[in-house]
Design a binder for this molecule. Sequence first.
Ligand code: HEM
Length: 179
Amino acid sequence: MKGVVFNLLEEAVTRSFGPEIWDDLVDDAEASGAYTSLGNYSDDEIVQLVAAASVKLDLSAPEVLRWFGENAMPILKERYGVLFEGHPSARNFILSVNSIIHPEVRKLYAGASCPFFHFKEGEDGAVLMSYQSSRKMCDLAHGFVKGASKLFCEEVNIHHHSCMNHGAERCLMELKWRH
Ligand code: HEM
């Protein structure tokens, strides 16, 4: 996992809970705590940090990932504002993840292994989003979708029809926006 993701987690935790809590998480996770944005770090290290946050914040690990995704989005908007420009809706923004967002990320962070999503447009604006990654971080995607919708002042309902964390071959999420 690229260091930029660890940097984002640190920023999100520090903004919400303060730097001491981040230091505690690093200690509890026995993580290094020093990440350069372009560096590559073991996926296990983020899993350990999420596990430490789960204990500290009294949330399940999936809830921590969702919290992280949701709270990372405003920070991403500050840093990569151009990726948010020109989109009339959160739906439109999310649908650009394979064609624009992650390709840009790969240019900025050589070697980034961003997931590819399959999208199917459902009835009345709903989107079926399927995800497959050895990292099984569908809850991070869930949080990103939630956080992006908030930034567009929209409310989204996300239903997980199937999940890799529950033995499915891929995750399938249905996204429905209420305007
Ligand atoms: C400005 C917007 C975004 C930026 C800058 C961004 C950036 C990144 C970066 C740097 C990684 C790590 C890649 C690596 O370490 O190899 C990543 C992973 C990921 N991204 Fe994005 N992303 C954005 C939007 C989104 C959106 C909208 C979604 C979901 C719909 C998404 C879903 C994910 C997931 C689930 C991962 C975890 C890696 C995996 O599952 O294998 N991202 N993203």
